[in-house]
Design a binder for this molecule. Structure first.
Ligand code: FAD
Ligand code: FES
Length: 274
């Protein structure tokens, strides 16, 4: 379960992949399904791929995307249209091909004997946690998911979580699904009501930090997935640094998943010099 990316069996490679589906699931949000047999067989939850989305000047830099799910030689990418690259992804059609480097980075890890996990997602933060929820549930771990989003239609991947895990708790800013407000409120309640041995969090960094503080207070180990601008994706350019208690780390190779306790969240916090 959740083999780590530094497992020698999981080596990134360049792969020519084919689009087998591109479905719009909410305004500006879609699921891209790629036939990517090598990546699908190597990837572990929380890892990402670097996509050359199209040809031309705007696409010289690859775009990083988490692998949302992997099955039968396919990978799914849950994407939100933000700029020129993600707009180009939204226009990809079946049978088009593109190239991918991956799987990349260090993903989520599960402690020995994990019995009850709490997954917390905010908006598109649901993307890197889908495969983890499936693997944990398949391994018999009781999984609770707390999902937050601005509106009901932005609770992306809700259907997947409701299908595979034991309990899903929802919060939306406008109250259109679940309780009104931020996901931090139900997380606080869940931590008071139940015992968890591991938390996994992805979403806006301010939310990740708040949830990490709650985890610390409740004495529950917590992993977070941090998003940084990534130019090379393979550890060479230092565009993706994260300040940690152990110095500056590269999110593309040392992360994107980090132990929350190691992250120095304030930019004023200076990592130790080595
Ligand atoms: C490890 C990782 C996993 C990610 N997973 C997902 C995912 O599953 N789904 C999803 O929708 N988005 C994900 N993102 C964010 C996604 O990479 C950016 O939204 C995307 O690169 C924006 O490209 P663009 O051309 O549309 O935007 P533009 O703003 O036009 O991009 C211009 C340049 O900035 C870079 N860039 C812009 N925003 C980001 C960003 N937030 N992170 C990294 N590079 C950025 C682009 O790669 C490009 O080189 C992830 C980012 C990282 C670092
Ligand atoms: S993206 Fe180049 S070092 Fe991380």
């Amino acid at each position: 379960m959740c083999k780590h990316a530094d497992n020698p069996e999981s080596r990134p490679a360049l792969e020519r992949v084919r689009v087998v589906g591109n479905e719009r699931i909410a305004p500006g949000v879609g699921i891209l399904t790629l036939q990517a047999p090598r990546c699908a067989s190597e990837v572990s939850p929380g890892q990402f791929v670097h996509l050359r989305v199209a040809e031309g000047r705007d696409f010289i830099l690859r775009r990083p995307f988490s692998v949302h799910r992997a099955y039968d030689g396919m990978i799914e990418i849950l994407y939100q249209v933000l700029g020129v690259g993600t707009r180009a992804i939204s226009l990809l059609e079946r049978e088009q091909t593109l190239d991918l480097v991956g799987p990349l980075g260090r993903g989520w890890s599960a402690p020995e004997g994990l019995a009850h996990a709490l997954i917390v997602t905010g908006g598109l933060g649901a993307a890197p946690l889908g495969m983890l929820a499936e693997e944990l549930a398949a391994a018999g771990v009781a999984v609770t998911v707390a999902m937050g989003a601005p509106t009901q239609e932005r609770l992306v991947a809700r259907g997947l979580y409701e299908t595979v895990v034991r309990r899903v708790v929802l919060a939306t800013d406008d109250g259109s699904a679940g309780e009104r407000g931020f996901v931090t409120a139900p997380v606080k309640r869940l931590l008071a009501e139940s015992t968890f041995d591991q938390m996994y969090v992805c979403g806006p960094e301010v939310m990740q930090r708040l949830v990490a503080d709650m985890a610390k207070e409740a004495n529950v180990p917590c992993q977070v997935s941090l998003e940084r601008l990534m130019a090379c994706g393979i550890g060479a350019c230092l565009s993706c640094v994260v300040s940690t208690r152990d110095g500056l780390k590269r999110a593309c190779v040392d992360g994107p998943v980090f132990d929350a306790e190691d992250v120095l969240w304030d930019s004023s916090e200076v990592p130790p010099k080595h």
